[in-house]
Design a protein around this ligand. Sequence first.
Ligand SMILES: *[C@@H]1O[C@H](CO)[C@@H](O)[C@H](O)[C@H]1NC(C)=O
Ligand SMILES: *[C@@H]1O[C@H](CO)[C@@H](O)[C@H](O)[C@H]1NC(C)=O
Ligand SMILES: *[C@@H]1O[C@H](CO)[C@@H](O)[C@H](O)[C@H]1NC(C)=O
Ligand SMILES: *[C@@H]1O[C@H](CO)[C@@H](O)[C@H](O)[C@H]1NC(C)=O
Length: 549
Amino acid sequence: MCAKLFTALIIFNFTIFINCELIEIEDGKLKGTVLKTRKGLDIQSFLGIPYAEPPEGELRFKPPVPNKKWERTKDATKFGPVCMQLYEGTEYSMSENCLHLNVFTKSLNSSDLKPVIVYIHGGAYYAGAALFNLPDYLLDRDVVFVTLNYRLGIFGFLALGNEHAYGNMGLKDQALALNWIQKNIAKFGGDPNQVTITGMSAGGFSVTAQMASEMSKGTFHKVIAMSGAITWQTGLDRDNIELAKQVAQKLNCSTNMNDLIDCLKTESAKEIAAVSIELLSLTWVKKDSLQMNQISCLRMEISPKFRIKFLYLIESKILYHLALLSKNESLELLNNKFPEIASRCFFFRGNGIKTTEEIANIFKKHYLPFEKIDMRSFNSLAQLCGDGTIGYGVHKFAHYISKFTDVYYYKFSYIGRYSNFNYPGNKPYGIHHNDDNQYVVVSNNPPMIKESDPENFMVERMTRIWEQFAKYGDPNNPNDEFLADMNWPKHNSDNEYFLDIGEYFIEKQGLYLERYQVWDNLENSSYSQFTFSSTFSILLLVMLLKISF
Ligand SMILES: *[C@@H]1O[C@H](CO)[C@@H](O)[C@H](O)[C@H]1NC(C)=O
Ligand SMILES: *[C@@H]1O[C@H](CO)[C@@H](O)[C@H](O)[C@H]1NC(C)=O
Ligand SMILES: *[C@@H]1O[C@H](CO)[C@@H](O)[C@H](O)[C@H]1NC(C)=O
Ligand SMILES: *[C@@H]1O[C@H](CO)[C@@H](O)[C@H](O)[C@H]1NC(C)=O
């Protein structure tokens, strides 16, 4: 039993009991703590468990290395530090020593194993942390919940093409954590044979990327991807080494390759984070070094056990556009420079077959009805940006993967009081990136939804969908009062079914197909000189990722 902290707590006038749990895993003993779900159930919580050696010093930019065993009981009652990023608060510490995970469970009974849901946080690969995603909703259901940190920004994604930094360290961290879960989760009452990985935005990119990785093969069985897929049509046209040089310059280091490596390995993590942050990490994710002969591997790797569902959000970048539209300078820029900047802003890189001007014209013709871009263009700009950043990539992935496995595809359309976008008139307007996620995990913002709140039914639905899917690979459960009205058919490219999750569940067909046709045409034209079909190009994109793991 763990030491009673009760006496100390009385002295300091606390009124809480710490009812700690002790558990032993292969690496050593852990002392956890007890949190409560919003319905008052106990959550045995083991926080800040290391799954890798701290990636500091010689290990900076290296693939993660499993940690050594520890001797004394490890205090697992507090979250570990967040990974290096531009975090300015003081509430949480930040460190390169951040490769920790957190396990939340209701019962440690190893003869009654529960399905495991692993949450990979979003934040465009340069922000976010496991501790911002709490289990209070999901632990009302019958599951074990795991959250994990992975390296971000330059620490997670620097790619120099040599042994100093092969790239995609952040994704490799995730893969190592998934292997840790296979080895240890039964001790926490979790079933290693029923693991579902889920995530939003960069989390969605991540879970789909893990499907193409050898390193995480066999460590998970189902996937729930929210608003993101690795089949995103392009990164920005930036070169990884060029990015590294920019960072070196800002650190006042020489950009000669040897000096650059020394500099990046020895400068303080804080300095590096500060100067590299504006270089969006998504652009660092390494998708080069394609090898054609590896393409057939993907087909074999995707076992029929995978189940995927997606959220698609049309207004995913609406805030960005509000910023654009509310500033005369940016509106002017958009109006005057549209032909030059559109392909970059909306993520279809010129490819030598279509010029950036031609791409801009296609966007304009299909999305922007007015000659001049102004407030009237608000919705159409949001559609263009949403399709470019998230929607089209997700659409391709869902279509492609449905050839191999069951896909349940959804669009979220419920607007609660804490919808992430308030405009105009400071009231919820439209659906925004991250809106579904707020009914699955609790974050620091918005406030936790209580049982008496009008949004409670959505928490009940979403957590039940997650649980049902994690258990059976099919979200439907007509016997559950919150899901009784739901009839969610499987999606494939013939039927195009999806579920609209709003006030009601509504079965629909064909999500934004006309708009996606515009992107299909662009992609087909890009690859036509190699006579690739678009299906083939999807295969390519997924494979690009695989090879760089
Ligand atoms: C553990 O689970 C088994 C199977 O459900 C049950 O029979 C047993 O009573 C449980 N043990 C405890 C301590 O709850
Ligand atoms: C680099 O040098 C400039 C000019 O001397 C200085 O202002 C800046 O703070 C230096 N940057 C770093 C990261 O040391
Ligand atoms: C933009 O310019 C117009 C006309 O010149 C002006 O009325 C408006 O207030 C300006 N808006 C902003 C946000 O500066
Ligand atoms: C793109 O190519 C694929 C495969 O040949 C085809 O199925 C699809 O209809 C094409 N799309 C367009 C818009 O031509």
